[in-house]
Design a protein around this ligand. Sequence first.
Ligand code: 13P
Length: 249
Amino acid sequence: MKKIIISNFKMNTTPSEMKTYSMALATKTSESKNQIIVCPPFTHLSVAKQFLDGSKICLGAQNVSDAEKGAYTGEISASMLKDLGVEYVIVGHSERRSKFKETDRLVNRKIKTALSCGLKVILCIGEDLATRDAKQAGAFVKKQLDDALKGIYENELEGVIIAYEPIWAIGTGKTAQVKDIQKMVELIRKEIGYLYSEKSGEQINVVYGGSIDIKNYKKIISLPCLNGALIGGASLNVDNFAVIARENY
Ligand code: 13P
């Protein structure tokens, strides 16, 4: 089954390193049937574009401004990314929500701006440990979805990938249990079904992220309910990421 394999470098590596990484990844995954999306920092995007050219690997950014243009020093707009050849953008990553105080409303505005510029969105949602322990994970994730997708039309969902990333699993070496991933993905599809239609719930792309590595990737990404994975730390090693990206699931 064809899967979507996404890397998130976070704030790691340099633009010079991106050159060798891109060339190596393109070579090592040339036979892959999966859709590979690489999301390096903004400063690496031009280099990545240049050295991924001719491969089927897509480029994504890790963030985007909710504003279209203007007096927003230090921000990067959707049209700037689009012009560089970027196709995807990660929105609502838990690190943006917690460390940069991004709210559900801001996430919603970012999605609208990105989609209206023709970018596709990787929308991150997921609960923290206290919420999970309080048995509120389902309700929390549902609300994040409802708020993020407010005013987004059903036909725009084609351009949205939902990334379920439980916060307690990010960078901790603790992945969610397979049965918990299945349960949450089912809940996400049901909520999309409730907000839009059953068909959209079935068709929306849902990926999992949180401590996926070279040892555990197969049993998680192979889950039929999942369309793929969003990988942080393990994507920094091009050999490991290439193995995960070219697997036949
Ligand atoms: P890790 O794979 O390092 O846990 O990071 C997951 C993540 O946050 C990807 O967006």
